[in-house]
Design a protein around this ligand. Structure first.
Ligand SMILES: [Zn+2]
Length: 132
């Protein structure tokens, strides 16, 4: 058993998935909910400074972008269709609105969704791919 695995084994009591998900959406530590889980936009802290949970070991990989694409597409595509149906704006207007909205929503949702994914992974004891 490595030192990291040994350290992880001390966190036997995990929060429920929904609790950890909500803490993650708030970008808080999924284990205690009291301290920031992120040190940057998408960078997890190595450890929670409150409870010591080794958040840096959790590898969410491409799950957050995958869920983000799904959420953003379900907002932008129906909006685009409704705007086209109601107002039939010129292509120039479409070209001005949708890429900007898509980028804005993606950048807004991605860190929140990553927090949620990391929260659920912590709750169920998943660390993700350790071969990176
Ligand atoms: Zn914590």
């Amino acid at each position: 058993m490595t030192a990291a695995q040994d350290h992880l084994a001390t966190f036997v009591q995990r929060p429920a998935a929904m609790t950890a998900l909500m803490r993650g959406f708030m970008r808080k530590c999924p284990n205690c909910g009291n301290h920031a889980a992120f040190s940057g936009y998408l960078t997890l802290k190595k450890e929670c400074k409150g409870c010591g949970a080794p958040l840096g070991l959790i590898r969410a990989d491409d799950a957050p972008p995958y869920f983000t694409i799904s959420v953003v597409a379900h907002i932008v595509i129906p909006l685009l269709l409704v705007v086209e149906k109601l107002y039939a704006p010129s292509m120039l207007v479409h070209a001005a609105i949708w890429p900007a909205l898509t980028i804005g929503l993606t950048l807004g949702f991605l860190p929140v969704i990553k927090g949620g994914v990391v929260g659920v992974m912590w709750s169920v004891g998943l660390k993700g791919d350790e071969h990176h």
